[in-house]
Structures are given as C-alpha cells and as structure tokens.
Ligand binder design. Sequence first.
Ligand code: HEM
Length: 282
Amino acid sequence: MSTNHPDPEATGAANPHLDFAGTTPYEDYVQADVLTHLQHLRSDDPGEMVFLVTTQVMELWFTVIVHEWETAAHALREDRIPAARDALKRSVRELEALNASWTPLAGLTPAQFNSYRGALGEGSGFQSAMYRRMEFLLGDKSASMLVPHRGAPRVHAELEKALHEPGLYDEALALLARRGYAVPQSVLGRDLTRKYEPSPEVEAVWARIYADPDQNAELVRLGETLTDVGELVWRWRNDHLVATRRAMGSKTGTGGSAGVAWLEKRATKSVFPELWTARSHV
Ligand code: HEM
C-alpha cells in the first residue's frame, strides 16, 4: 500500500521528544522566553515593533562581531594569521547579515516614523555601547564616548577596557613590524585611547606588500579580509544614513545631533585608512 503521508513510526523515523521535567533544553540554551519578551513598546503604533526588534537584532549582531574581532585581535597578537582570518571571515558574513537587516526600515516615511518617534524621547543609537566597542576595535577611539555610559557600571567598564586595548588594526600593524616591515615607532607606541591617525610609512608598507602578492600571499589575504570588513562597515553607515534621510529628512536627531548632516560626516570616516590609500601606489 502506498500513501503520500507515511506514518513516521512505520518508516522508522522517530518523533521528537515532548516530555521534559522542567523547561525544554532548547529554552535552557537559547533563553527564547527572555529574548521574546524584551519588546516593551512605547506607543500604540503597529509599526513600532519592527523598529524595536530591528534595533535589538542589530545589537545582537554587534555583539557577535565584537566577539569575532576580539578573537581575531588576540590571534594576530600571537601570530596566528589563519585563526585571525577565520574570525574575520566569519565577521564578514555577519556584517552582510547585519546590513541586510536594514531592509524592514529602509523605506520608512516621515509620517510612519513620526508615529512612534516621540515615544523614543532622547533615546538614540548614538548611545549604543556595543556599536561603540565596534568602533573602538576599528581604531576609532574616543574617551568622551564613555561619558553617556557613566550610569551603567558593567557597560562602562567594558568600554573603558576596550578604550585602552589595542584594536584590530594595531594588532595587524604590530604583526607586520614583527615580520620586519618598517612600521614607525610613533604608530606602534601610539596612545591607544586616541583615534588612529593614518601614516605615510604604513601606507608604504601596505603598498610594498600588495606589490608582490606571490611573495606576500598570506599578508595580502589578511589585508583583503580587513578591507572587506572596512567596506561592510562603511556600507552599514551609508545604509543608516539613507534610511535616516528617508525617515526624517534634515530634522535634528533624538540624540541631539544635527541628524543627517552629522551622520554624513561619520559615514565618510575611513576604516583601516592606509589599506585604501596604498592602492594608489601599487
Ligand atoms: C530609520 C530609523 C533610524 C533613524 C531615523 C536613525 C537616526 C539616527 C540619527 C539622527 C543619529 C544621530 C544621533 C542623534 O542625534 O540621534 C543616529 C545615530 C546612530 N544610530 Fe540611528 N537611526 C535609525 C535606526 C537605527 C538602528 C536600527 C540602529 C541599530 C542599532 C541605529 C544605530 C545608530 C548608531 C550606532 C548611531 C551612532 C552612529 C555614530 O556614532 O557614528 N540607528 N541615528
């Protein structure tokens, strides 16, 4: 006898377990009950839910990406380039997923955004500590960015630690110096709590590496993976800028900035600057 819906018992395919003494092992691991009850809406607008959840999803991706970049920085410090590249390559896929999560917010009209904007008060993504940790790992350090987090001891301590630690690019340049490349002492011994400033000598080092890809295959691959990271971060900033322009034009931000005009300046910042400028000299 044939049937379109074979009985799993008859085919030997066992059904999942249904009985658990306490919460399910899935719940114990994922904590989905916690995660799916963190959506405390501030308005009656049906469009607010996706705004809040997209923001929460992005915070989770920031958390994963910080984890990957810390793993990569640690591996670079120990000259483990393949392990560093594995973590960076994972982060590239994650950045692609992060950037794809703009889709639900990319077409917000001013009227739709206004329906819950007032309920956000002075809340702004500018106050995201995890995004700030990403920027610190990219070399964009600033002690003043700790100020908004004075009231949250754990977050403040994590940010303060990150402020003083070498970023991804600091570790990559230290590795190049150990390999005999002429990375200047002013870069290697720089004040880590300040923003990384581009150096002509570092540009020359990357130009030399890129000029001979056969000889320097491993370092070119590392440079290209860092470039992928830089490009995708730049894309996130630009997607954010465009979504903001569509949703609120040139109004001031809930965080108190000039809004789009301020974000435009932030979006032009270069990530790992010499990896881009060296290309003119290869
Ligand atoms: C379409 C909806 C959004 C609008 C209109 C918007 C608007 C803005 C504006 C105007 C600023 C500048 C600071 C201020 O004055 O508030 C800003 C900063 C920021 N927003 Fe958004 N935002 C949106 C969605 C998001 C989402 C979903 C995230 C995800 C976490 C996010 C993360 C950030 C971050 C991290 C900054 C700081 C950027 C930096 O420091 O360079 N934004 N946003």
